[in-house]
Design a protein around this ligand. Structure first.
Ligand SMILES: Nc1ncnc2c1ncn2[C@@H]1O[C@H](COP(=O)(O)OP(=O)(O)OP(=O)(O)O)[C@@H](O)[C@H]1O
Length: 709
């Protein structure tokens, strides 16, 4: 059919997810027929009496259920909006309308306020005091550019508090509400205008729905379906809205050419991984003709597994074949294997403890006369020697020690060097090396022409945890140029004590540093609580400037996190059990609840207490991703839950000495102590921001200083 456009609204998927499985099957049968030919015999479009929107029609799914479709008089456009029981579907249709905004050209779906509307303040501003109280001192033109419908201008201009704005949320187009909400929360007007305002256009045809569907602002709620398979796939996972409904700020980063490396910041849950995945898909589609490959790399192995799984949901088979998803260590190991490299990588505190054996032998060379603590040597090794590939005494004498608290003279450097040299000797004798040295060895191999893996582009998730050696390696792996590197990350979530400055790794992001600001995962109450722990801490933007969380918000609301202290772990575990039972009684699945603790030991302890009380648990392993089809309360360390999300998170054992972990923060160097404390705070922040709608925090004994007010 000529110019046929079939679209689906996000509300259709949400309402579809709510109906019984048997009815969902009927809807799928209907949708298949509808997608093939919306004018087919048997699809009857019924007018809806009293509907305020003349373009709404109902369609029959079966005896009980109806779909609501937007079917404008002009053009060949059909938009699936809602599905529900007959009467509920009609009620929905009567209480909504869908218009094209005359200035922005966006398609907007809003609820029609009726009955008990929040009190609207008088439009006419009579006194100066009243005028000063106004929430938004904005002209009609500015409000229109943000997508506020013309009927709502006076109402918005008269609002005096944010609760009144929240009360009319559903009656405002999503983009207008979001811009106003962020403004009310303190975001600067200039920033809002840059991110949200549409340029004034005199060309908008408010009857041209086909054109309206092309607007970025429309595409966060309406998606034009390419084929029947795609539509059915969307119905298979109706709540995975990230697959198609991208925020304009996300879309702007994805579907375009960039002249060089891009760095995307964003607080927890702002959709960085979603953006990185869509970017990889777009890049893979661009590479169709050249058959070039994309590397998608992460810091943790679990995330790489999850990303591979999620990419399957948005990529074609061809696109998927062009993307290598691998966490960076695995990539390094693979590369070295192909080069027949003779060394195995040993990790600190690794399973075989070889690394620690080598270190204790190296420590044997520490001279007590120098007056430096043993922890100082280890910190120097990890923070200075390894990341900068310092291989000789001579090089060490002139190496930058920026960020280290204890200054060293040249003589002291010369005196302590043998310890590091010995560490390398011990490792080499066992045919071992560190991941950092391995990365630098690959760079030497690349310099001598070994590159069996040529990539068109590299996409990096968890960028904040990549050390300088890894970022330098990625830079060397791909020639500088358009669409070379796309790095997402968040310094507030740096939990592995690795820190790099992109510019110093040869990655120049000038003019291509971007930020995501809307948290899609967590309620505003949980977001606020989770960021408190980082207050007053200067966090970098992965380059040479600072990042901030002041412009990071959630539009969802829920309960405040609950915090409870106990005398003993058994009392605490009992309380946790009661919480779990109530949550499950209220319809939550056990696999949507995760208990998080700081150490493996504590995780196991809570696990056995819960099991003794008859609660099924499942500990998340380091090697495997979580299969959410299996029941059981999830148990995990704070490190393991990075990148994941659960409807409810129970943070247990938030005690003094545990959070922050005493042995992790013990050092005699005050600068190092500060860095480690920041790291522990980031870990707490990461764990708390995994919660979608419920966060419960408990402790036993003396409470953690992070909770004590
Ligand atoms: N455009 C979108 N529409 C709907 N949901 C979205 C969108 N973007 C992201 N989300 C959802 O928000 C949640 C967080 O997304 P994602 O994991 O990509 O964020 P993140 O910034 O990488 O988080 P973190 O840094 O905390 O791991 C996920 O549930 C994701 O599906």
């Amino acid at each position: 059919m000529e110019n046929l456009k079939i679209a689906i609204g996000d509300g259709f998927l949400e309402s579809f997810a709510q109906i019984p499985k048997a009815k969902q099957r009927k809807v799928m049968e209907f949708v298949a027929k509808f997608r093939y030919n919306p004018m087919a015999n048997g699809i009857n479009y019924e007018k809806i009496n009293d509907a305020r929107d003349v373009n709404f029609r109902s369609v029959r799914i079966d005896q009980d259920y109806r779909g609501i479709v937007l079917k404008p008089a002009q053009g060949n456009v059909y938009i699936l909006l809602w599905v529900d029981k007959h009467d509920d579907a009609y009620d929905w249709a009567r209480s909504h309308r869908c218009d094209i905004h005359p200035q922005t050209g966006a398609l907007q779906l809003v609820e029609i306020l009726q009955g008990n509307q929040p009190e609207i303040e008088p439009v006419k501003i009579e006194t100066q005091a009243a005028q000063e109280n106004r929430l938004f001192d904005l002209s009609d033109e500015t409000l229109l550019s943000l997508g506020v419908p013309s009927d709502d201008l006076a109402r918005i201009q008269s609002l005096t508090h944010v609760e009144a704005l929240e009360a009319i949320e559903k009656s405002l187009p999503i983009e207008a509400f979001e811009a106003l909400y962020l403004l009310a929360a303190g975001t600067l007007l200039d920033e809002i205008l840059t991110d949200y305002a549409a340029k004034k256009s005199t060309m908008v045809d408010t009857e041209d729905f086909a054109e309206a569907l092309n607007q970025d602002a429309s595409r966060r709620r309406f998606y034009v379906v390419a084929d029947e398979m795609e539509l059915l796939e969307m119905l298979e996972a109706p709540l995975e809205k990230w697959r198609v409904f991208l925020h304009p700020s996300q879309r702007r980063l994805i579907n375009r050419h960039w002249s060089g490396p891009v760095r995307v910041l964003g607080g927890a849950g702002t959709g960085k991984t979603v953006v990185a995945m869509h970017r990889a898909k777009w890049l893979a589609a661009q590479a169709a003709e050249t058959n070039e490959r994309i590397l998608f790399t992460t810091f943790t192995s679990n995330l790489a597994v999850d990303i591979q799984e999620s990419l399957r949901k948005i990529c074609t088979a061809q696109e998927l074949r062009r993307i290598d998803v691998q966490h960076i260590d695995a990539w390094i190991v693979d590369f070295l294997k192909q080069q027949e490299y003779d060394f195995r990588i040993a990790y600190p505190n690794g399973k075989d403890s070889e690394y620690e054996k080598c270190w204790s032998l190296a420590e044997g060379l520490i001279s007590p006369n120098l007056g430096l603590s043993t922890s100082f040597y280890r910190e120097e090794w990890e923070r200075v020697i390894l990341p900068q590939f310092v291989r000789s005494r001579q090089a060490y004498l002139t190496t930058s020690r920026m960020g280290r608290g204890v200054p060293l003279t040249r003589k002291q450097r010369a005196d302590i060097w043998p310890v590091f040299e010995e560490m390398r000797i011990q490792l080499t004798q066992r045919k071992l090396t560190t991941i950092e040295d391995a990365a630098f060895d690959i760079m030497s191999m690349l310099d001598s022409g070994a590159n069996n893996k040529r990539y068109r582009s590299i996409v990096v998730d968890e960028g904040q945890d990549f050390g300088p050696e890894m970022l330098t390696l990625l830079r060397r792996l791909i020639p500088e140029g358009p669409d070379d590197l796309f790095i997402v990350g968040d310094g507030h979530q740096r939990i592995y004590q690795r820190k790099a400055v992109l510019g110093k790794c040869g990655i120049n992001i000038r003019g291509r540093g971007k930020k995501l600001k809307i948290n899609y995962r967590t309620t505003e109450e949980i977001r606020r609580f989770s960021t408190q722990v980082l207050e007053g801490i200067a966090v970098d933007d992965m380059d040479d400037a600072q990042d901030t969380l002041t412009d990071y918000r959630s539009l969802m609301h829920g309960d405040f996190p609950e915090i409870k202290h106990f005398n003993s772990i058994s009392e605490e575990a009992k309380w946790i059990r009661e919480k779990i039972e109530v949550l499950i009684e209220n319809g939550l699945l056990s696999q949507d609840i995760c208990l998080v603790a700081r150490t493996n030991h504590l995780v196991d302890e809570y696990g056995s207490q819960l099991q003794q009380m008859g609660i099924e648990t499942r500990k998340l392993s380091r090697q495997q991703s979580d299969n959410r089809n299996l029941p059981g309360i999830r148990l995990a360390t704070m490190h393991r839950v990075k990148g994941l999300e659960f409807k409810v998170v129970l943070m247990a054992g938030i005690n003094e000495g545990v959070v922050p972990l005493k042995i992790s923060t013990e050092t005699q160097d005050p600068t190092e102590a500060r860095l480690r404390d920041e790291n522990e705070r980031a870990l707490f922040h990461v764990a708390a921001t995994r919660a979608i709608k419920g966060l419960f925090i408990s402790s036993h004994g003396i409470v953690s200083p992070y909770l004590a007010k």
